[in-house]
Write a protein that binds this ligand. Structure first.
Ligand code: FPP
Length: 263
């Protein structure tokens, strides 16, 4: 613990580039999940329509993806649209459904150059064809990339995801393929949309809201949580660096004890 403190120069005296290097040296979180909140308030503060906030939020997605990729993060999951977001006005929903298309058509060459692989988790039902098609094309064009996985949670809801996993398990148990006595945590995790991904190490939520909003409830069991007042369109490289530095100072025990505390 002391070694770690001594090795790390005080952030205040380091420039942003040096702080990024320290993060790389110490090992960045493997999986960062982000609840991108505050687009509406960002727009309201400027007397702009809410959709202007979402559009600005899309630009933040680009900046943060590039930084996460440079820092060597393996997976970044972004909560772009929840199963509850359909309750918003049609104009806003339609705009949000166009954003992946705009983002991917504008930045796909950059994502390819950065070796980023695009993925999506969420329900395909109800998503417009043009949104699905944009995602399909980006997944196809980046499928062999080996760098950062940029995972869009789109029409995603964690409780439904868990219910679906339970249904599959119940069907298998009813068919005699699985003994209820033998069901393990892995049996559930393997049937979630994240079955091929590591669990998030760090969850960030912007805009001062301090809740999970039906996001990755199973997967976040041991994740470090980090909240900021910053609205998503204002979230920048420095804020991500601060979040990761905080994460790197934390002592993750996963319910146990760290070596030096053992008797
Ligand atoms: C929550 O802010 C944000 C959303 C529901 C949408 C998030 C989408 C983006 C940031 C753009 C995504 C970009 C791509 C490429 C898919 P809010 O509208 O609830 O803000 P408020 O709480 O201030 O009203």
């Amino acid at each position: 613990m002391f070694n770690k403190i001594l090795r790390r120069a005080p952030e205040a005296v380091l420039g942003l580039e040096e702080r990024k290097s320290v993060i790389c040296k110490e090992g960045p979180p493997s999986h960062i999940a982000i609840i991108m909140d505050g687009n509406g308030r960002w727009a309201k503060k400027r007397s702009l329509p809410r959709i202007a906030g979402h559009h600005e939020g899309m630009k933040t997605v680009r900046k943060i993806t590039r930084l996460a990729s440079h820092l060597g993060v393996d997976v970044m999951t972004l909560y772009a649209f929840s199963t509850e977001n359909w309750k918003r006005p049609k104009l806003e929903v339609d705009f949000l459904m166009r954003l992946p298309e705009e983002f991917l058509s504008t930045f796909l060459p950059e994502l390819i150059e950065e070796n980023v692989r695009v993925e999506m988790m969420g329900y395909h039902e109800n998503l417009p064809q043009h949104t699905l098609e944009a995602i399909r094309k980006a997944k196809e064009a980046t499928k062999d990339n080996t760098g950062l996985i940029l995972n869009f949670a789109l029409n995603y809801g964690s409780r439904s995801e868990i219910v679906d996993a339970v249904k599959v398990i119940a069907e298998q148990a009813a068919a005699g393929q699985l003994n209820p006595e033998d069901i393990t945590e892995s049996d559930i995790a393997d049937r979630l949309l994240t079955s091929k991904l590591p669990e998030p190490d760090l969850l960030i939520r912007t805009s001062g809201e301090v809740r999970l909003s039906n996001f990755m409830l199973w997967q976040l069991a041991y994740t470090e949580l980090w909240f900021t007042e910053t609205l998503w369109p204002d979230f920048d490289e420095l804020t991500l660096v601060e979040a990761i530095e905080d994460y790197q100072k934390r002592n993750r025990r996963f319910g146990g004890l760290k070596g030096e505390e053992e008797v």
